[in-house]
Design a protein around this ligand. Structure first.
Ligand code: AMP
Length: 509
């Protein structure tokens, strides 16, 4: 058994060294480092520095290893002389008990080295350092997973989140992954948090629909369990409304864990837009996916298929260049794949979602484009109205759909679920209307607010607004394909409530 022994006491078996070398070699190749290119390695004597040398050798690149005590000037001189295309370094080094600012020195050095296209940055200390577009973090991903962490994604493996974040992602990275076979309510609403305590989960990744459901049962189910192992919380699958975000952050994460709203799709294979909080000084804005992941180039399109430039704008969310996780086709139906994703905006991948780009350049997903309604000429994502209404403390869940309106063209029809102990239903409805008027605008106020016991959802927890739309347009006998509905009985419940509501409305008019 041959091992590398480091002075810190850790050791690396040859097998692990080979794995690390191969991963690093692939990363270098992915970022355009080829045979004959020069790469500067500015790292102290560590296993990763050895792997960096071997990775260069493996792909035929030429390494120049620069003593990690040299100044920015000396480093720059060596980079220029050998015409390096990339530098590999650490965020910081530790020498004689002292922290050494390696990345800062590299930043200083490459200011005068236009030939350097990328700086690869590994993590030696827990401190965050400044990163810019040229920098490639070697160990960052969205969840800030560190070796030894327990990653708890509670999605079913029958959905893409389970594929990528229960199976492939954690295992490809040598991580520890939790398999959650149960439901959030069995045997009681503390199930997730009991699992966190028992398995000492560090990253907890779930869906807004489950968070909204648990929120209804109050904080006691969370507080019963020790959640001190948690470092990062993640949300995926739907826009997360502000109330659910705040509860997840404050109650589950005790206001000390980072909460990342991650946007992606089955077709994209992995997370595409997410806050990426591990960068130094990176702010995380509640309920916003924010920053494109490495290699993802989002574009917003207007109604004429033109790219919308600038910030503080909304449009159809497309992705402007391919990336490794992108689906290649629909099995057995290539043409359908082209028609669905590449026809509407030639040269771009169309996601089907709408998004807003904030004045700071951050992305906010506004929901499926089919869920946009046009009230008196104002185009609105239904998620926007839902988000405003969800702020009411008695209302954990809402779903809004458009319906034909004689004067406004389209009006908003809201379905709401109330917390179990709510009594003043009529007051709540009026309060909801005034919240929408003040948060968005008067024109956005739903004309109808109907209380239902549950909302129709797919088995992965997404609200099927299409079904609700059929109901409010009196087409409940033709609901289309509802085989992915979690519990078809809910539809009958809602049709019933809607019919009763209609009868009451016509009696009172
Ligand atoms: P699926 O392919 O079933 O995973 O669904 C992908 C769709 O879910 C996306 O196109 C979005 O409409 C929605 N979605 C996923 N994550 C988010 C998120 N963080 N915020 C808003 N919508 C999301």
């Amino acid at each position: 058994m041959v091992e590398y022994i480091c002075s810190r006491g850790s050791s690396l078996r040859l097998r692990e060294l080979l794995d690390t070398t191969c991963r690093l070699a692939n990363t270098l190749k992915k970022y355009g480092i080829h045979k004959g290119d020069r790469v500067a390695i500015y790292m102290p004597v560590t296993p990763l520095a050895v792997a960096a040398m071997l990775a260069c050798a493996r792909i035929g690149a030429i390494h120049t290893v620069v003593f990690a005590g040299f100044s920015a000037e000396s480093l720059a001189g060596r980079i220029i002389d050998s015409g390096c295309k990339a530098v590999i370094t650490y965020n910081q080094g530790v020498r004689g008990g002292r922290v050494v600012e390696l990345k800062k020195t590299v930043d200083e050095a490459v200011k005068n080295c236009p030939g350097v296209k990328h700086v690869f940055v590994a993590q030696r200390t827990d401190n965050k350092v400044h990163m810019d577009d040229r920098d490639i973090p070697l160990e960052e991903h969205v969840f800030d997973y560190q070796q030894g962490d327990v990653f708890g994604c509670v999605a079913d493996i029958g959905w893409i989140t389970g594929h990528s974040y229960v199976v492939y992602g954690p295992l490809c990275n040598g991580g520890t992954s939790v398999l959650f076979e149960s439901t959030p309510l069995y045997p009681d609403p503390g199930r997730y948090w009991e699992t966190v305590q028992r398995l000492k989960i560090n990253q907890f990744y779930g869906a807004p629909t489950a968070i909204r459901l648990l929120l209804k049962y109050g904080d006691k189910w969370v507080k019963t369990y020790d959640r001190s192992s948690l470092k990062t919380l993640g949300s995926v699958g739907e826009p997360i409304n502000h109330e659910a975000w705040q509860w997840f952050y404050r109650v589950v994460g005790d206001s000390r864990c980072t909460l990342v709203d991650t946007w992606w799709q089955t077709e994209t294979g992995g997370v595409c837009i997410a806050p990426r909080p591990s960068e130094e000084g990176a702010e995380v804005i509640p309920a916003m996916a924010m920053r494109p992941f490495f290699g993802i180039v989002p574009a917003l399109m207007d109604e004429n298929g033109k790219v919308i430039e600038g910030n503080d704008v909304s449009g159809a969310l497309c992705i402007a260049q391919p990336w490794p996780g992108l689906a290649r086709t629909i099995y057995g139906d290539d043409q359908r794949f082209i028609d669905a994703y590449f026809k509407k905006y030639p040269g771009y991948y169309f996601t089907g979602d709408g998004a807003y780009r904030s004045p700071e350049g951050y992305y906010q997903i506004t929901g499926r484009m089919d869920d946009v309604i046009n009230i008196s000429g104002h185009r609105l994502g239904t998620a926007e109205i839902e988000d405003a209404m969800d702020e009411h403390p008695a209302v954990p869940e809402t779903a809004v759909v458009g319906y034909p309106h004689e004067i406004k063209g389209e009006g908003a029809f809201a379905f709401i679920v109330l917390k179990e102990d709510t009594v003043q239903t009529e007051n709540v409805k009026e309060e909801l209307k005034s919240i929408v008027a003040s948060k968005i605008a008067k024109y956005a106020v739903p004309d109808h607010v109907l209380v239902v016991k549950r909302l129709p959802k797919t088995r992965s927890g997404k609200i099927m607004r299409r079904v609700l739309k059929k109901i409010v347009t009196n087409q409940s006998s033709d609901l289309g394909d509802i085989t992915t509905l979690d519990d078809p009985i809910i539809v009958a419940e809602i049709v019933d409530a809607y019919e009763k509501y209609k009868t009451e409305q016509s009696a009172s008019s």
